[in-house]
Ligand binder design. Structure first.
Ligand SMILES: NC(=O)c1ccc[n+]([C@@H]2O[C@H](COP(=O)([O-])OP(=O)(O)OC[C@H]3O[C@@H](n4cnc5c(N)ncnc54)[C@H](OP(=O)(O)O)[C@@H]3O)[C@@H](O)[C@H]2O)c1
Length: 236
């Protein structure tokens, strides 16, 4: 990425997922990037670390250990959940299930709040932290309805990011934290919904390149914003 100095350092959280793994591959292929550190729940990294967003101690411990590698010029968060073994996104209010809501909010909202708490301090002075949100979390853009929990979990994530950006600006005026919509991407998460013929789902490798290009082009004034993979600014 051109915005960072030669030898920049990157951290990808959620590196075991489709989009996260594509970020790691792209950054490893960037000659300017000195080191890419991966962190995820299911793959142990070089520091023997894993992270579970439902376990604050694991997040705190990982951040504490990775301080040695920091500060990071780029931190990408590609964790998230849409459906589980025993739940799918709701079609109607009658489908609302509190356990499924708690699980989804834990991973999509509370976990990223912990990532902001513990990892934003590891960002370099002109660094960028990008968290993958979703356009369906846009309240202004909600025309189809349904998916109550996923939509609400991402809308709340967007508010956390916007609020963190205001605090970050006071401490590091050149640094940025933004919400990113990746578009529809082929992955375990999208599989039940994006598999059919005529699907607009793109390969994660394409989404990763597009998102990295958008992050490369933003300026510090745009911190706290909500951007799509094609650079479009999305409504809250
Ligand atoms: N795919 C799409 O079409 C699409 C569209 C809009 C937004 N998004 C967003 O894009 C992001 C990445 O999704 P993806 O499509 O790449 O899905 P994915 O391949 O299913 O990846 C999901 C990632 O989240 C991690 N994760 C889940 N629960 C976790 C927990 N408790 N602690 C730590 N990590 C946890 C998974 O780790 P494990 O490997 O350990 O399970 C995996 O790395 C998500 O935020 C999703 O909402 C995706």
């Amino acid at each position: 990425m051109k915005r960072f100095p030669n030898g920049y350092k990157a951290l990808v959280i959620g590196a075991s997922g489709s989009i996260g793994a594509a970020f790691v591959r792209d950054l490893q292929g960037d000659d300017r990037c000195e080191k890419v550190t991966s962190l995820s729940r299911s793959e142990v990294n070089e520091y023997q670390l894993t992270i579970d967003l439902k376990d604050e101690v694991s997040v705190q411990f990982a951040a504490h250990t990775l301080q040695l590698d920091g500060p990071f010029d780029l931190i990408l968060v590609a964790t998230g959940v849409l459906h589980g073994n025993d739940f799918m996104p709701e079609k109607r209010l009658a489908d609302i299930d509190i356990k499924a809501m708690q699980e989804t909010f834990s991973i999509n909202t509370l976990g990223p709040a912990l990532l902001l708490k513990y990892f934003l301090p590891l960002l370099s002075n002109a660094g960028v932290m990008g968290l993958i949100s979703a356009k369906v979390g846009s309240i202004g853009d909600n025309r189809l309805g349904g998916w109550y929990t996923y939509r609400a979990s991402k809308a709340a994530l967007n508010m956390l990011i916007k609020t963190a950006a205001i605090e970050l600006k006071r401490q590091k005026p050149e640094a940025m934290v933004v919400a990113i919509h990746p578009g529809t991407v082929i992955s375990e998460l999208s599989k039940p919904f994006a598999g059919g013929s005529g699907s607009k789902a793109r390969d994660a490798a394409i989404a990763s390149q597009e998102i990295l290009q958008v992050l490369d082009s933003l300026n510090a004034e745009q911190s706290g914003g909500f951007f799509a993979y094609d650079g479009q600014e999305l409504p809250w």
